[in-house]
Design a protein around this ligand. Structure first.
Ligand SMILES: [Zn+2]
Length: 406
């Protein structure tokens, strides 16, 4: 039975383990709790520690991370048939700010539960546990259900779902990533590229600035060009619809100069200016084309000004993905959603990047779905979720799985 009582029993112990990331500790502790919760189901368990080199690469990018990274894989096996993967992440963002409720204790107020991770992402994780417990006692389905509780989603790490999928540690026929909102089934998301630039100048005393090359001035020229380029990108539209509350009706590419650092002292002409630029890529765009377009802007500036010199380093973060609306996984989930919530099931793309792309990349039909609402304060103070949304999420996942694993 998935009800208020079982929801609190499953979720409470998960909230009490502080998995704030950074530092991202306690993944083994939470894996052990999940193992205990699923002990009676007949699941087989595997703990997969992320290799040290991947963790070390991550610690160069994110300050203050420490502790081992342990992913839990729990498999409920009913023999021949298809495989459904459930994924949720165990880490949470730190509980900063003035909370009115204790962040690491599950608290009920009205028809809502409060605590860091209730919405993102321990709520869905606890619901997956309850679904597996229910299905372990339900006849009439066959195949496998794999719960994958992963690390480092909040810091964009490659030590969790990305590592497990690319390393072929897990595979399946369908996947539900429980890390979204209760109002829509998300079948697509934008991808992300980061351009790290160093604009190079020549430093001299500012009283003779005509003898130098000001790297900050050169960067300003580029920024003006990028502002115009972003406007062009914003007019390109994906065919994938998105939540109109975000100010657009479909997935849209964008470019943001997110960071600038230049100069050493006010009376020295700067010899270097660093820029970091975030480029969001819609599913219809090709990442290599996006890089080419960006480089073209740099080359044009270079042709027009021999003193415009730069170094460019490109990082590809998440890929975009798109799963067709008529895929059996999406249509089944949508039908079940409408039956259980009595609301219209909306299929929408997500503007942000998602770990879900690591699953879609391997050709596995997948969607993102969760328990949060705009007002749930995810990543904010007093994070919460409605008890009814948690229960609905559980039954939607259970019923969808049962219909697909026949
Ligand atoms: Zn999340």
């Amino acid at each position: 039975m998935i009800d208020e009582c079982s929801v609190k029993d499953a979720l409470g112990p998960l909230i009490e383990v502080d998995t704030s990331n950074p530092p991202g500790k306690n993944s083994r502790r939470i894996a052990n709790i999940l193992r205990e919760q699923l002990a009676s189901t007949g699941c087989k368990f595997k703990l997969v520690r992320s290799p040290l080199d991947r963790f070390e690469a991550l610690s160069k990018e994110v300050d203050g991370i420490s502790g081992e990274r342990v992913n839990l894989i729990a498999t409920l096996d009913r023999g021949e048939g298809k495989t459904m993967i459930f994924n949720a992440h165990v880490d949470v963002v730190p509980a900063v700010g003035e909370w009115t409720k204790p962040p690491f204790n599950l608290t009920k107020a009205g028809d809502e539960l409060f605590g860091r991770g209730v919405s993102d992402d321990k709520g869905p994780l606890a619901m997956f546990v309850l679904v597996i417990k229910e299905l372990a006692e339900t006849p009439g389905w066959r195949g496998k259900i794999i719960l994958v509780a992963t690390v480092d989603e909040e810091i964009g790490g490659y030590t969790g779902l990305g590592y497990l999928m690319d390393g072929e540690v897990i595979s399946g026929d369908y996947c539900i990533v429980g890390d979204g909102d209760i109002d829509s089934i998300s079948n697509a998301a934008n991808g992300c590229l980061v351009f790290k630039l160093t604009i190079k100048g020549k430093s001299v005393h500012s009283s003779m600035n005509w003898l130098g090359v000001n790297a900050v001035d050169k960067a300003a020229k580029l920024i003006t060009r990028l502002e115009a380029y972003n406007k062009i990108l914003n007019t390109r539209k994906s065919k994938v619809q998105t939540n109109s509350e975000k100010g657009v009706t479909c997935l849209t590419p964008s470019l943001t100069v997110g960071l600038i650092r230049g100069g050493t002292k006010v009376n020295i002409v700067p010899d270097s200016c660093k820029l970091e630029v975030d480029r969001r890529v819609i599913p219809e765009e090709n990442k290599l084309e996006a890089i080419k377009e960006f480089k073209k802007i740099l080359e044009e500036l270079k042709r027009a000004d021999k003193d415009f010199n730069y170094d460019l380093h490109v990082e590809g973060l998440h890929n975009s993905f798109y799963v067709r609306e008529d895929n059996e996984l999406i249509t089944t989930a949508c039908r079940v959603y409408e039956e259980i919530t009595k609301r219209k099931g909306r299929i929408l793309g997500t503007l942000g990047c998602l770990d879900t792309s690591y699953v879609a990349k391997h050709g596995i039909p997948v969607f993102t779905f969760g328990v949060s609402r705009v007002e749930s304060s995810i990543h904010g103070i007093d994070e919460h979720a409605k008890i009814k949304d948690l229960i609905d999420f559980g039954y939607i996942v259970k019923e969808t799985t049962q219909r697909l694993l026949r």
